[in-house]
Structure formats: structure tokens, C-alpha cells
Design a binder for this molecule. Structure first.
Ligand code: SAM
Length: 223
């Protein structure tokens, strides 16, 4: 079971798993991800798959410390970028590093957020769904579709099917040790593409599968 975190007033009061499984580890998040997950490889493939244009609006769900937004802002400075995360600690870090034209919102992806902020041309999310309960994965993907304009694009990078014994073992001793088994196991069994389809996405395409010291990270794009 994931470690729930009650982080004071507002949206963070709902339980969610902190970026590195425990609140005390958040300061080490960026270095750990860069070192342990071959971040430059899978994030690079994610950025290619997003193919953001300068007049587009993108939402990053569970933006954490803002790594994706920061990289996108460097490449496509005039795009409108919005980061959403329930955790004030990671958002404080994101705001310190990001450019002024990135907007950060604290909260969960829900009906209220969608009606206040949609539509987006692109919804992106990296390393978030493996940390959430199965029903939350379903609900988040549905809200991601609702947040998109017709014809909009989804790009997800996360742990997916761990198709060989070595990747399954690495996933078990790293991600599952930190985030627990209950929320992460459906990802390792390959549930995400089916959940994307159930949420109404089409043309679901796994554009990368990157073996890492923490298990294989897949990048999917869909419409
Ligand atoms: C492992 S971090 C990934 C951060 C960032 N996307 C990245 O690629 O580095 C997962 C993030 O998802 C956020 N999160 C957890 N549960 C969430 C939920 N139900 N909705 C939105 N964000 C959530 C956490 O606060 C955390 O910042």
C-alpha cells in the first residue's frame, strides 16, 4: 500500500503518494530520478512524442518539481504551460526553477479543475499513475480526456508492463519498495493501455520502452 501523506490544508489534505514515496525524500527527488531512471532518455522520448507547437496549451498532471515543463519551456517558449500537483513541497521547488510563463496549480485533477481550466491541446503526465490506486488511475485518465479539446493529444510516461524477469526484479526492489505493491502492480502487469482505451482515447501507441535500474519506463501517446 502506498504511503498516504496529509500535507496540511486544502487539496493536499486528500491522501497521495509523495514524489519519492516519502515526504522526507522529496529534496532528493530530482537527483534520484536523473540517476536511477535514465531520465534524459525517456523524458527526451516524451518531449519528442508531445511535439508541442508554439500556440498550444499543455497541462502536466502531477508535475512534481516541474522537470517536464521546464524542458518544454526551453524548447517552445511561447506555448502556454500549466502544471498541476497536490503537493506544496514539490510545487515550491517547481516554482523556484521554472520560468515566469509557467502556471502552477495546487490540487488534484477533478471536475472542478477541468471546468475551470480546460480545454488543453495536450495533456501530459509522467511517473504519476503508478503511484495511484487503480480507481484513481481510471478517474484521472477520464479527466485527462475531458480536459482535452476534440482531437487533443495525451502523452504518458510511466512504468508499464515489466516484460522480463530482470525488469520485474528491479521494479520490485526499487519502485515497489518505496511506493508499495498495491498501486504499482497493475502498472507492472500492463494495465495502462487498456485503461486509456476505456477512458476514450484512440490510436494508443507505445513509442518507447526504456529499461532502467528501476524497471522499464514506457512512453505512450494517444489521441
Ligand atoms: C513521482 S512524482 C512525478 C513528478 C513529475 N511528473 C516527474 O516526471 O518528475 C509523482 C507526482 O504525482 C503527484 N501525485 C500523486 N498522486 C496524485 C494525484 N492523484 N493527482 C495528481 N498528482 C498526484 C505527487 O504529488 C508527485 O509530485
Amino acid at each position: 500500500m502506498s504511503t498516504p501523506n496529509a500535507l496540511g490544508a486544502g487539496p493536499a489534505e486528500k491522501p497521495h503518494t509523495p514524489a519519492l514515496g516519502h515526504k522526507a525524500l522529496t529534496p532528493f527527488y530530482d537527483a534520484a530520478i536523473a540517476l536511477a531512471t535514465r531520465e534524459s532518455v525517456w523524458r527526451g522520448r516524451m518531449i519528442e512524442a508531445i511535439a508541442l507547437k508554439s500556440d498550444e496549451r499543455l497541462l502536466d498532471v502531477g508535475c512534481g518539481t516541474g522537470s517536464l515543463l521546464w524542458a518544454l519551456a526551453g524548447r517552445t517558449p511561447s506555448a502556454a504551460l500549466v502544471g498541476l500537483d497536490p503537493d506544496p513541497d514539490v510545487l515550491a521547488r517547481a516554482k523556484r526553477r521554472a520560468g515566469a510563463h509557467i502556471t502552477f496549480e495546487q490540487g488534484f485533477l477533478d471536475e472542478a479543475f477541468v471546468s475551470a481550466h480546460a480545454p488543453f491541446d495536450v495533456v501530459a503526465s509522467s511517473l504519476v499513475l503508478h503511484q495511484t490506486p487503480l480507481e484513481t488511475k481510471r478517474r484521472m485518465l477520464r479527466h485527462m480526456r475531458e480536459a482535452l479539446r476534440p482531437g487533443g493529444r495525451l502523452c504518458i510516461a510511466d512504468y508499464g508492463l515489466q516484460s522480463n524477469g530482470f525488469m520485474r526484479m528491479m521494479f520490485r526492489v526499487t519502485v515497489q519498495a518505496l511506493d508499495g505493491v498495491e498501486d504499482t502492480q497493475p502498472n507492472a502487469e500492463g494495465v495502462l493501455p487498456a485503461l486509456m482505451s476505456e477512458a476514450g482515447f484512440m490510436d494508443i501507441d507505445e513509442v518507447a520502452n526504456v529499461p532502467t535500474a528501476t524497471g522499464a519506463i514506457s512512453v505512450w501517446r494517444a489521441r
